[in-house]
Design a protein around this ligand. Structure first.
Ligand code: ADP
Length: 394
C-alpha cells in the first residue's frame, strides 16, 4: 500500500489552520491558514512545497473557506486523501483517546462545550463544514485533553466541595496533550529508551505554555487545569494567581467577571508583566537593550516554569530527562538556561554550546556530560493528529 495522506484541521472562532500530512514524510505536503473568517478581510494563505499563495475570500465563513481549500488539497494529494483529523480542545472525561466522528461522538463534543465555551463550538463549526464537504471520508477528532485522562485522582481533583466535581465536572483536565505525547515519544526514541519504560518532565512553551510529567508513556500530572489559564506564565495569560484575586478586584475596583476574565486571559502574562509584548523574541531583544519590564517578564517566566517542573517531579519515580518544546522551548537558549539555573537541586546542568545550537527545529541533547538528560524536541501536533487518525483507519 502506498503512503496515505491525512488532512489535519484546527478551527478557531475566525480561523482554520490546516496541514496535509503524508504518513511517510516528516514535512507537510501542504500547509496554511484561513483567517479573519466572517469579515470582509477573510483570506486563505497556503504553502505547497516551496510555492506560497493566497486568495482573498471576502465574507467567507468556515464552510466557504474549506470549499476553496478542497481543490488545493485534492491537487496536492494527487486525488488521494484518506481521512481528516480534527483538533478538538476539550474532550472532558468522555474521551481518553482519538474518536471517529459520527452522530454519537458529535453529540458528546457538543455536551462538553460548556467546559470550553470559546474553543469547542469553533472546532465543531469546522467539523460540521468538513463532514458536509467530504461526506465519504473518515473523520477523526483528536483532543487536547485526552492524554491527561490518566492523571491519578489526587492530581486532577481541586480541594473544593466534591459536588462541584461530581455534578459539574469541576476538576483539572490539562491541555497540549497531543504535543506532550508526541515529544515524550520522540525523546524516548532519541535516547534509545522504550517509551513504556521512560520518565520525562516536558515543558511546552508557546503562546500558551504548560508542563507535564510523563511516566511510561502516560501523563501523570500537568500544569493546566479546568481551563488553559492555570499554571505557567504565558504570552497574555496570567497562569496561577491567588483565587481570591477575583473577589478582591470585584470588591475594591468594582470590576465585572468579564473584565477580570479579559484581564487574566488577554492582558496578563509576558505582555502584562513587560508592558511591552507577548512575544518572547521581542522581549529578548528589549532585555538586551536594558528594558526593565522585559527583563522582569523573562525572570518571572523562567522562575515560575522551573517551580512548575520541580512540582511535576513529584509525579515521577525517576527522571530520564527534561524536554523543551514549543516556539520558545525550541528556540530560546536564554529561557532554557535561565530555567535550568533554578533547578540545580534536580542535578540538571547545561552544555552551553549544545544549548546554543538547538534552535530553529534542530533537535538534540543540551545537558553537560554525566548530568541528567535535557533535550530539545520540536513538536509536531499536526503529525500526531494525522497518526492518530490513521490508527483509527486501520
Ligand atoms: P503557539 O502556541 O501559538 O503555537 P508557538 O509555539 O509558535 O505558539 O510559540 C510562539 C512563541 O515562540 C512566541 O513567544 C515567540 O516569540 C517564540 N519564539 C519563536 N522563535 C523564537 C526565538 N528565536 N527566540 C525566542 N522565542 C521565540
Amino acid at each position: 500500500m502506498s503512503a496515505r495522506n491525512i488532512l489535519v484541521i484546527n478551527c478557531g472562532s475566525s480561523s482554520i489552520k490546516f496541514a496535509l500530512v503524508n504518513e511517510a514524510q516528516e514535512t507537510f505536503i501542504l500547509s496554511g491558514l484561513a483567517e479573519r473568517l466572517g469579515s470582509p478581510e477573510a483570506v486563505l494563505h497556503w504553502r505547497l512545497g516551496e510555492h506560497k499563495d493566497s486568495l482573498a475570500l471576502p465574507g467567507a465563513d468556515h464552510r466557504q473557506a474549506l470549499s476553496h481549500l478542497l481543490p488545493i488539497v485534492q491537487q496536492a494529494a494527487a486525488g488521494a486523501l484518506h481521512g481528516i483529523g480534527h483538533r478538538v480542545v476539550h474532550g472532558g472525561e468522555h474521551f481518553s483517546g482519538a474518536s471517529r466522528l459520527d452522530a454519537s461522538s458529535l453529540h458528546s463534543i457538543r455536551q462538553i462545550a460548556p467546559l470550553a465555551p470559546l474553543h469547542n463550538p469553533a472546532n465543531l463549526q469546522g467539523i460540521e463544514a468538513a463532514m458536509k464537504l467530504f461526506p465519504d471520508l473518515v473523520q477523526v477528532a483528536v483532543f487536547d485533553t485526552a492524554f491527561h485522562q490518566t492523571l491519578p485522582e489526587h492530581a486532577f481533583r481541586y480541594a473544593v466541595p466534591q459536588a462541584l466535581y461530581a455534578e459539574h465536572g469541576v476538576r483539572r483536565y490539562g491541555f497540549h496533550g497531543t504535543s506532550h505525547r508526541y515529544v515524550s515519544q520522540k525523546a524516548a526514541q532519541m535516547s534509545g529508551l522504550a517509551v513504556e519504560a521512560s520518565s520525562w518532565l516536558v515543558a511546552h512553551l508557546g503562546n500558551g505554555s504548560s508542563t507535564c510529567a510523563v511516566e511510561n508513556g502516560l501523563s501523570r500530572d500537568t500544569s493546566m487545569g479546568l481551563t488553559p489559564l492555570e499554571g505557567l506564565v504565558m504570552g497574555t495569560r496570567s497562569g496561577d494567581v491567588d483565587p481570591n484575586l477575583h473577589s478582591h478586584l470585584a470588591r475594591t475596583l468594582g470590576w465585572s467577571l468579564e473584565q477580570i476574565d479579559a484581564m487574566l486571559n488577554h492582558d496578563s502574562g509576558l505582555l502584562g508583566l513587560s508592558g511591552l509584548s507577548n512575544d518572547m523574541r521581542t522581549l529578548e531583544l528589549a532585555r538586551e537593550q536594558g528594558h526593565p519590564g522585559a527583563t522582569l517578564a523573562i525572570e518571572v517566566f523562567c522562575y515560575r516554569l522551573a517551580k512548575s517542573l520541580a512540582a511535576m517531579s513529584c509525579a515521577l519515580q525517576r527522571l530520564d530527562g527534561v524536554v523543551f518544546t514549543g516556539g520558545i522551548g525550541e528556540n530560546s537558549a536564554l529561557i532554557r538556561r535561565k530555567t535550568l539555573d533554578h533547578l540545580g537541586l534536580l542535578g540538571l546542568k547545561l552544555d552551553e554550546q549544545a544549548n546554543a545550537r538547538c534552535i530553529r527545529g534542530i533537535a538534540g541533547a543540551i545537558h553537560a556530560p554525566d548530568h541528567p538528560r535535557v533535550l530539545v524536541v520540536p513538536t509536531n501536533e499536526e503529525r500526531q493528529i494525522a497518526l492518530d487518525t490513521l490508527a483509527l483507519l486501520d
